[in-house]
Design a binder for this molecule. Structure first.
Ligand SMILES: [Zn+2]
Length: 224
């Protein structure tokens, strides 16, 4: 299994996601769980999120830093333009450099899949990650996380119980005050979404499942 106590050397999980709040929304439960199990966590943010809130009023990177500090995760920030992340050699090279620098055992990125409505930056980043992973000279596990908006085409095949980490995930999302007006930042939406996976994909009674929170992923490749 992916989640186990590290023995001799520290294992590394690395996220490559477009915007400062994406890791919190997509996979913060998993990241918190991995940190508890001794993993190093590196959150790579491709843009500064300047398109999502007035940069003269808000510091979205600081919001991300405060959230990451809740689990003592590291942050690396790219300087691609929010809303205009290109699927280019430059993005692929930057992503490859992130992988080579940190040599992660586990990589998490966006799930776009068959969606025709996913955020354009998420589309470019997922593509770059898939290409960069193919070029590594080691075999990392690759997970694609459920996207911010509900996507009927999302067919997850890997789930993680984040019940014990759920309050930490909500606290991390709350750090993004500049985004608080967006529906997916609401704790009731996050609860609904996480409860739904617990209900649909665990062999437990409804009463038990409704007290559980899960994150859902598409597992591209798993390496133990
Ligand atoms: Zn995003």
């Amino acid at each position: 299994m992916l989640i186990k106590q590290s023995s001799i050397e520290t294992r590394t999980a690395l996220t490559v996601l477009a915007h400062p709040d994406d890791a919190e929304l997509a996979c913060f439960g998993l990241l918190a769980k991995l940190r508890k199990n001794g993993w190093r966590v590196v959150i790579c943010i491709v843009t500064r999120g300047e398109n999502g809130a007035d940069p003269t009023q808000w510091d979205r990177l600081n919001e991300a830093r405060v959230a990451a500090a809740l689990i003592d995760a590291e942050i690396v920030v790219g300087d691609f333009i929010d809303g205009f992340v290109p699927r280019t050699r430059e993005l692929i090279s930057w992503t490859e450099a992130m992988l080579v620098d940190h040599r992660p055992d586990l990589i998490v990125s966006h799930h776009v899949g068959e969606s025709r409505t996913a955020h354009q930056d998420h589309v470019a980043v997922e593509a770059a990650v898939q290409i960069a992973v193919r070029r590594t000279d080691w075999l990392p596990t690759l997970l694609l996380a459920e996207d911010t908006d509900h996507d009927p085409a999302f067919r997850p095949n890997w789930f993680v119980d984040i019940t014990d980490e759920f309050e930490t995930k909500l606290a991390a999302i709350e750090m993004h005050s500049s985004q608080s007006q967006k529906y997916y930042m609401r704790s009731d939406y996050q609860k609904l979404r996480s409860n739904r996976w617990a209900l649909n994909f665990t062999a437990q009674s409804h009463e038990v499942a409704l007290s559980k929170y899960y994150e859902a992923y598409f597992l591209v490749q798993q390496v133990n």
